[in-house]
Design a protein around this ligand. Structure first.
Ligand SMILES: C[S@@+](CC[C@H](N)C(=O)[O-])C[C@H]1O[C@@H](n2cnc3c(N)ncnc32)[C@H](O)[C@@H]1O
Length: 397
């Protein structure tokens, strides 16, 4: 079924491109079915904010959480809107200040691979000016930073046809010797953002950048919520860091985050996983939850370690979400399965068991076939192995 939402059909993928983004048709129908009367709706893995936008369009109070600062920036601008004329004045001021100003270098040893020297110099000047102007402090400033972040991919040497940043033979021959101008690209992106998300918003919304798998961080500032709708990360299916790395290195130090603090913290990533996760009583419990681990530990140890770490992290994140929910609250998750080391792992069933263990009661469930989602990014006919996602709705006593 094609998505008829006017917003989605108007969205060029260059604006709303996010790995494993929930399509707006599904987000809207889940909000309508399970959260139309929500006092406060949370998406704890909000990514690009599809669920939050659907909730806020219905006038609900919404809160999002994500580790990815670029997802948080995108969701925040979508939800909170911005003053269009102020944002374009900020952008002009930024570009003027960057014209001959000092540089704030990118701390990235691969930067010369992705950008021509002239583009890089312009970006490094813009980064300095953006930091001086403290753009991350205001809605209009964040819209400018988003336009700048979105300009990075088109101004890089990466193949523009791919959702993941990589330099193909096609990109090498087509983009060789060309100069990409961050200023004019950001200007046109800000115009598109202004058309889509400019103006004031009446509903209340918040988006927090934090690591949900770490028990203690900043729980104090999070609200208690009546409803949760989310699509949690799968095991090693999407590399959220790699997908946003150009944008993240560009915005590091301009937005308040450091790449080294997040790069190994994405749930399901294979970065930074350690063999010690195979030891102890908790590892034994995880083997009971996912019996395929016994095979993987014997034949595909590296992948077994990734699965253990995923289970450890997602369990911590769910416990944290549970602690934010009011009694009688509703939690809806959308998840499929994974093929790891040749073994199929029913991730959605594993997550359902975890939630049941936390006291949630399943009251509804249905499958949503991915090949039916005839909207960009086209996932029908893709070579991935996820053919269906399961929507599971739980209630707390
Ligand atoms: C399946 S995606 C969600 C996509 C989202 N529904 C959308 O429409 O864009 C899962 C999200 O979990 C986030 N994530 C991964 N590890 C996390 C962590 N430790 N804490 C918080 N969020 C995390 C990723 O950054 C990613 O945005």
């Amino acid at each position: 079924m094609a998505d008829s939402s006017p917003e989605l059909s108007a969205l060029p993928t260059r604006i709303d491109r996010y790995p494993a983004k929930m399509i707006s048709r599904l987000a809207s129908s889940l909000v309508e079915k399970y959260a139309s009367d929500a006092e406060h709706l949370l998406d704890p893995f909000c990514g690009s904010g599809a669920v939050l936008k659907a909730g806020s369009d219905r006038g609900l109070r919404v809160t999002g959480i994500d580790l990815n600062p670029f997802g948080v920036l995108l969701s925040g601008v979508k939800l909170q809107g911005f003053d269009v004329s102020r944002a374009s004045a900020y952008l002009e001021c930024l570009l003027d200040a960057a014209e001959n100003g000092p540089e704030f270098g990118l701390e990235w040893d691969k930067k010369d691979y992705w950008f021509t020297p002239a583009t890089l110099r312009k970006y490094e000047r813009i980064r300095h000016a953006a930091r001086q102007m403290n753009l991350c402090q205001s809605k209009a400033g964040r819209a400018v930073l988003l336009a700048l972040g979105l300009s990075v991919r088109p101004c890089s040497r990466a193949d523009q046809r791919s959702p993941k940043p990589f330099i193909s033979k096609y990109a090498r021959s087509n983009r060789k010797g060309r100069h990409f101008d961050p200023g004019s690209t950001a200007r046109s992106l800000l115009e598109e953002l202004s058309r889509l998300y400019g103006g004031r918003r009446r509903t209340s919304s918040d988006v927090h950048q934090l690591d949900l798998a770490v028990g203690s961080a900043a729980t104090g500032e999070l609200p208690s919520v009546s409803h949760v709708i989310t699509s949690p990360p799968y095991i090693n299916a999407q590399d959220y860091f790699r997908n946003s790395k150009l944008e993240l290195y560009m915005l590091e130090g301009v937005l308040p985050f450091r790449v080294e603090d997040i790069i190994c913290r994405f749930i399901g990533t294979e970065r930074g996983v350690e063999g010690t996760v195979l030891l102890g009583k908790e590892a034994e419990k995880r083997r009971r939850l996912v019996p395929e681990l016994v095979f993987l530990e014997k034949h595909r140890k590296e992948q077994a370690v990734v699965v253990h770490r995923y289970l450890q992290d997602i369990a911590a994140a769910f416990a944290r979400v549970r602690s934010l929910m009011q009694s009688g609250g509703v939690m809806v998750i959308v998840c499929g399965d994974n093929l790891i080391g040749g073994r199929r792992i029913c991730t959605w069933q594993v997550l359902n068991k975890m939630l049941t263990g936390l006291g949630f009661k399943l009251f509804d469930s249905f499958g949503d076939r991915i090949r039916n989602r005839a909207v960009a990014p086209m996932r029908c006919g893709h070579k991935g192995l996820i053919k269906e996602e399961i929507v599971s709705a739980f209630r707390l006593p």
